[in-house]
Structure formats: C-alpha cells, structure tokens
Ligand binder design. Structure first.
Ligand code: HEM
Ligand SMILES: *[C@@H]1O[C@H](CO)[C@@H](O)[C@H](O)[C@H]1NC(C)=O
Ligand SMILES: *[C@@H]1O[C@H](CO)[C@@H](O)[C@H](O)[C@H]1NC(C)=O
Ligand SMILES: *[C@@H]1O[C@H](CO)[C@@H](O)[C@H](O)[C@H]1NC(C)=O
Ligand SMILES: *[C@@H]1O[C@H](CO)[C@@H](O)[C@H](O)[C@H]1NC(C)=O
Length: 376
C-alpha cells in the first residue's frame, strides 16, 4: 500500500515534469496548476545582469567562432529576427532556449544593443513569456523539423511567440495571430516590405520606408483583423521594431542608413548574418523610432466589434506618457497574468519586477517604482 502510494506520486510528479518543459511560461495559470507545476521546478534566481560592453567598436560578428548552422530537429525560432539570428550563429544556445543573462549578453555582443534597452526588453518579455522559476525562456513557441511539438497541458504557453503582450499585430514580416500564424516568415508580407522599399527608398529599406510601411501594416490590420489590438506595450514595440532593421541590420562600417533588401531577407527569413557582417559601431537601441512615428502619428487603440472600427484607448500609454508604459505593464499585464502569486513564485516575480524597473529607470529616469505584491 505504502509503496503503491509512493510510486503513484512519483509517476504523477514525473508525468507533470515531463509534460511541462522548464522553459514554459507560468503566466496565466490557475492556482491549482501552479500548485502542481511549481514544486517540480528548481528555483534558479537570475544572477545580476551583465553590464555594458567594455569595447563597443564595430567588429566582425559573423566570425569563425559563430558560424551559421541550419536548424536541427527540436530547435526553436520565433517572432524576433534579431534573437533568431543570434541563436543560429551560436551567440544564443542554438536550440532557442536561453536565460535572461544569455539574451542580454548576446544582443550586446552580436548587435551592440545598448545595455539599458537590452535589459528592458529581456526582463519585460521574460516576465510574460519566460519561466520565472527556472530563468529559462524560449525565443519561439514551436519546435521545427521533425521533433515533436512541446505538449501544452491546460493553458500553459510557450515562449516569445505568445500573443497579445509583446508579440503583437501589424508586424512587418509575420502575420497577425488572428490569421493563424504569427511567428513564421511570410513571403507575401516580405514582398510588401520590398515593394515599399522600391517605392519610398529607391530599392533600399530606410527610415522613410519604415514610416510608410508601419502605417500600411496598421491600416491593413484595421481593415482585415476584427481583433486588431494596438495598445501599450505593442504600440511602442511596433514603432521601435520598424526602425530596428535600419539600426541593427546595416553593416557597422556603413553610415548610409540604407538597408539592402536581400540583406534584410537574410535576417528575417534565414536568421543569418551576411558574410563579413560587422555589428553597429556604437551601442544602439530605439534610434529612429521617432521618425517612424512622426511620418503618420497614431494613437493607441483597437478594433471594437469588427473590422474598420478602430477605437482609441485613452487608458493606454503613448509617447507622451512614458511612465504609464511601465505602470500599465506592471499593474495590468503582470498582475493580470499572476493575480495572487505565493511562495517562490512571489519571490521570483518580485526579483524580476525589480530588475525590470532598474532597466526601465536607466533608459528613462524619473518614473516611480510600483510594488503590486508588496515591498518584500
Ligand atoms: C532582449 C532583446 C530582444 C527581445 C526580447 C526581442 C523580442 C521581440 C519580440 C517579442 C518581437 C515580436 C513583436 C511582433 O509581434 O512583431 C520582436 C520583433 C522584432 N525584433 Fe526583436 N527582440 C530583441 C532584440 C532584437 C534585436 C537586437 C533586433 C535586431 C538585431 C531585433 C529585431 C526585431 C525586429 C526587426 C522585429 C520585427 C519583426 C517584424 O515586424 O516582422 N530584436 N522582437
Ligand atoms: C569589462 O571590464 C571589467 C573591468 O575591467 C571586467 O571586470 C569585466 O570582466 C569586463 N567584461 C568583459 C565582458 O570582458
Ligand atoms: C576594440 O575592438 C576593436 C575591434 O575588435 C579592436 O580593433 C580594438 O583594438 C579594441 N580596443 C581595445 C581598447 O581593446
Ligand atoms: C501571409 O500573409 C498573407 C497576407 O496577410 C496571407 O494572405 C497569407 O495567408 C499568409 N501566408 C501564410 C503562409 O501564412
Ligand atoms: C530613403 O530613400 C529615399 C530614396 O532614395 C530618399 O528620398 C529618402 O530621403 C531616404 N530616407 C532616409 C531617412 O534616408
């Protein structure tokens, strides 16, 4: 009787442990699921974040130590061409599962992303899409090749592709979640990227093209996606990411601000640095997003009750209320996903919320820290 009980318990526990990979986000799980899963995970608090690079010069990053390799069965890629490329060159683990510090180190080393921006993006996305107990996050949500897709018991969600917070609508090269595939490179959308580069950039993608294409993608979604959602934080990331190709995908020795579309394809489609590629020649982040926004300023909002009914949302942060980006994110998004955390989950969330605030404050000093779960 006793032995049977122990065995049944072990089986139940191992069953849960196998069913839930250690990089799966716990966000949005009910308290019963959390009570089952959290005890099977080993709490690995995040180490202090990496500081800025010591040497921020441009340099060869497609180097012999970081060859591009094709995907192996089970490797995960997702919505972000920057992180995909870093994984396919071994700056991140090639399987696409990484810790917060691995992500910060990789975007700094491979793309010269500025330290505060790198920490902000890493912790913000991690709080939503990472596993705060194990410190692991997947940069996508599905396995490629012939490996089995990770099972998804209950509402457990996977990684960076998770819709509605950081992954969002009106991406340049990925479709809206509503249409069924929000993570794979879409050739039709990339053709539009090329078409706009031809029309507004004499064949190159530049910030003028970025402003026009960003507006077009928003108008497309308003007209076709009844669930189109364009509020903070997606509202901000949409403008910032439209400038990223100009900021990060142009060779660091080239100051023209004009991105070759075949170079763009290499990053967006193949997760691959061009041969002989040099990273930017100084730490960079959201440069140019003001130009993208300024071309066709839009306020945050969403389609209500169907297509072609874009209703502004005055409660969302916008470019004039930047602190609200932080407080909305903590008080609504994080508390919405984790309403009543207890035990090590509470401890972990408070650690990440603190790291997130420090990063936000380094980028944009002067906002007041909030403590949704108390100050311990
Ligand atoms: C901590 C670092 C980073 C995180 C957590 C991150 C995360 C993300 C996420 C969640 C998206 C999807 C948003 C959407 O729905 O379109 C995205 C898109 C994007 N990311 Fe990253 N990213 C990071 C760094 C970078 C870097 C360094 C680059 C450039 C080298 C980059 C380039 C892009 C671009 C161009 C898009 C837009 C894709 C499109 O619209 O088709 N990201 N990123
Ligand atoms: C940068 O320099 C500091 C101080 O010399 C050193 O402690 C640190 O390890 C260096 N970082 C890297 C990534 O080399
Ligand atoms: C910084 O890196 C560049 C490119 O690798 C190199 O040429 C330069 O010597 C380095 N500077 C220092 C001070 O190490
Ligand atoms: C790519 O995007 C286009 C335009 O939104 C859509 O019609 C098409 O179904 C998408 N293709 C795939 C394979 O998802
Ligand atoms: C983009 O390219 C077009 C065509 O060459 C040019 O008129 C425009 O000034 C460029 N914009 C930027 C920001 O470089």
């Amino acid at each position: 009787m006793y032995n049977f009980f122990v065995l049944a318990t072990v089986l139940a526990l191992s069953g849960t442990a196998i069913a839930v990979p250690t990089h799966f986000s716990l966000a949005g799980l009910g308290s019963r699921q959390l009570d089952q899963i959290v005890p099977t995970l080993t709490f690995t608090p995040p180490p202090p974040p990496p500081g800025p690079l010591n040497n921020t010069s441009a340099k060869l990053v497609n180097d012999p130590a970081h060859p591009w390799l094709p995907l192996k069965p089970g490797d995960i890629r997702g919505v972000c061409p920057g992180l995909n490329t870093l994984a396919s060159h071994g700056y991140l683990p090639r399987n696409g599962v990484a810790t917060t510090n691995q992500i910060i180190d990789a975007v700094q080393e491979g793309f010269n992303m500025e330290n505060g921006v790198a920490r902000f993006l890493a912790y913000a996305t991690f709080l939503v899409d990472g596993n705060v107990i194990t410190n692991e996050m997947s940069i996508g949500s599905k396995t490629t090749g012939t490996g089995p897709d990770p099972p998804a018991p209950g509402t457990v969600v996977a990684g960076l592709d998770t819709h509605a917070v950081f992954e969002g609508d009106a991406s340049m090269t990925r479709g809206d979640f509503f249409f069924g595939n929000n993570h794979d490179f879409n050739e039709t959308l990339f053709d539009q990227f090329v078409d706009f580069s031809n029309r507004f950039g004499a064949g190159k993608y530049n910030l003028t093209v970025a402003g026009e294409l960003r507006f077009q993608r928003i108008q497309d979604s308003i007209a076709t996606n009844p669930t189109f959602n364009f509020v903070s934080p997606r509202y901000f990331t949409a403008y910032i990411e439209s400038a990223f190709p100009v900021t990060f995908f142009i060779d660091g020795r080239d100051a023209s601000g004009q991105l070759d579309v075949e170079v763009a394809r290499s990053f967006f489609q193949d997760s691959r640095f061009p041969d002989d590629f040099f990273r930017p020649n100084q730490p960079v982040g959201s440069e140019g997003s003001d130009v993208v926004f300024g071309a066709h300023p839009m306020e945050p909002g969403s389609n209500v009750g169907g297509v072609n009914n874009f209703v502004l949302d005055p409660t969302s942060a916008d470019f004039s209320t930047f602190c609200l980006l932080y407080t909305n994110f903590v008080d609504r998004t994080i508390v919405g996903l984790y309403p009543e955390p207890t035990g090590i989950l509470l401890t972990a969330l408070n650690i990440y919320l603190n790291l997130f605030f420090q990063a936000f404050n380094d980028m944009n000093p002067g906002c007041t820290q909030v403590f949704p779960y108390g100050q311990n």
